[in-house]
Write a protein that binds this ligand. Structure first.
Ligand SMILES: [Zn+2]
Length: 142
């Protein structure tokens, strides 16, 4: 599904596989008349999340619509934005004050931090330093 040039058949196969996966996820326990378990159930139908529903029943339709216009779903991924949001949340909540102790908004603080990181990278600012040890001998011979 990561390919850009999917065919109609690929999309149909994806749709069938996704539906099969959701049905398997929510398969019921089946018992015989004597009460012996024939098939162990996994989750309840109510455990199917809206994401799973969309994945199996709407995404294939989106893919078909996009294919008709020579587009593909991969081009509309928001994973870059999700990743950035994750980094920002981690940075903010990983901070010792979590934005407290200042009048600045969280967004301002996060952007300031990132801007400093970019500045350091562009200007090749060293991120560490080595301590120089001066001994009495060095001082005499300077
Ligand atoms: Zn729906």
């Amino acid at each position: 599904m990561r390919r850009e040039n999917l065919t109609k058949e690929d999309i149909i196969q994806f749709s069938q596989d996704a539906c099969k996966w959701v049905k398997e996820f929510a398969r019921p326990t089946k018992k015989t008349k004597t009460g012996k378990i024939e098939q162990e159930g996994l989750y309840q139908r109510t455990d199917v999340t809206p994401y799973m529903h969309v994945f199996a029943f709407h995404i294939p339709l989106f893919m078909q619509e996009l294919l008709q216009q020579n587009l593909c779903l991969q081009w509309f991924t928001t994973s870059g934005i999700e990743k950035k949001n994750h980094e920002h949340v981690r940075l903010f909540f990983g901070g010792t004050t979590m934005g407290g102790g200042t009048e600045q908004t969280a967004a301002y603080q996060i952007n300031s931090f990132e801007n400093r990181q970019i500045y350091f990278r562009i200007n090749k600012t060293p991120t560490s330093y080595s301590e120089k040890v001066l001994t009495a001998f060095d001082k005499i011979n300077e």
